[in-house]
Ligand binder design. Structure first.
Ligand code: OGA
Ligand code: MN
Length: 315
């Protein structure tokens, strides 16, 4: 009989920080029976971010891991690259499988560089993935293939349930019923995507408006949902004028990105991290651009954002 994962072998070791746990005793290339799948889902709901070490997976196997946690969906950036002339599977930018993204700092010749058409070696500021689509991914899986040696690219995660819980009462009141508009014109490194013009007005931002506080469909808890921090007009509070919107966003971002809410990971080859985009944000430090760093990412299929705001009764 083929080897399968066993629930008794699973160990979930919390980081001791505001979020995250390491899961030991599992090889995700093997089949996981129902009880293992349930235990993993519970560990994810309890810890928000899970780290699995020494995993060796093909893209198909990575997508099978995504299936444990709810399935997979394509990245919002993929169409921009295809529109700009990249052929899936032919370069390191656009993977063959539509639901795999390649997160790397290699150029077309496979050399590490500072800047690519994607995020390259850049620092990535705090964000949640693909908040600029109508149905954002529930989570993300990132598997490392090549990592720099003492070359940066550390990734941090923060707990946005705690960010909401600890928000001062006056700020909680101020955000009630409000929404942020989310922008897909730039990538996570803040660079405009291929073929995109810089926005000049709020109307140029075509992404969806999501509630500032969302309810997690599994835990039922409320989390702050800020998406990405961009200058006006890319990110704005729909119900406020520009000055009030800027002032409120500045206060929220300052509160949501405090050190006490975060856990940081320094990658080794074979590390797989699963994070929850509904209740965490993440950031990455700059990568030493003389060293290669290659990871593959899959997005966990999302469900429509559940607003913490009661629907306004029809007049
Ligand atoms: C991502 C991301 C962080 C990293 O792939 O969504 O933010 O460490 N990556 O590369
Ligand atoms: Mn990201």
């Amino acid at each position: 009989m083929a080897r399968v994962n066993a629930v008794d072998a699973l160990e979930v070791i919390p980081s001791g920080k505001a979020l995250a746990a390491e899961v030991r005793g599992i090889d995700l290339a093997l089949e996981s029976p129902q009880d293992v799948r349930s235990a993993l889902k519970k560990a994810w709901a309890d810890n928000l971010v899970l780290l699995f070490r020494k995993q060796k997976l093909t893209d198909e196997q990575l997508l099978a891991v995504a299936d444990i946690f709810g399935g997979h969906q394509s990245a919002g950036s993929r169409d921009y690259f295809i529109k700009a002339g990249y052929k899936p599977g032919e370069t390191d930018r656009v993977a063959k499988h539509p639901d795999i993204s390649i997160v790397s700092n290699l150029d077309k010749e496979g050399r590490p560089v500072k800047v690519t058409e994607a995020v390259g070696s850049s620092e990535l500021d705090w964000h949640t993935d693909n908040s600029y689509v109508d149905v954002p991914p529930a989570g993300s899986l990132l598997l490392s293939y090549i990592v720099p040696v003492k070359g940066g690219g550390l990734t941090s995660f923060n707990n946005q349930y705690l960010a909401y819980e600890t928000l001062p009462a006056d700020l909680k009141k101020e955000i009630e019923g409000k929404h942020i508009r989310h922008d897909n014109l730039r990538n996570t490194a803040g660079r405009f995507r291929p073929t995109v013009q810089a926005p000049k007005t709020r109307e140029d931002i075509k992404g969806p408006a999501h509630p500032i506080v969302r309810i997690h469909p599994v835990t039922g808890k409320q989390a702050l949902y800020l998406g990405r921090k961009y200058e006006w007009p890319s990110s704005h509070v729909v119900e406020l004028d520009d000055a009030a919107s800027e002032a409120l966003l500045a206060k929220l971002w300052q509160h949501a990105t405090q050190d006490k809410l975060k856990w940081t990971h320094d990658w080794a080859v074979g590390d797989l991290i699963l994070w929850d985009n509904r209740c965490t944000m993440h950031q990455r430090t700059t990568i030493d651009h003389t060293q290669p760093r290659v990871m593959h990412r899959a997005l966990i299929k999302g469900e429509p954002v559940i607003s913490a705001w009661k629907p306004v009764a029809a007049a």
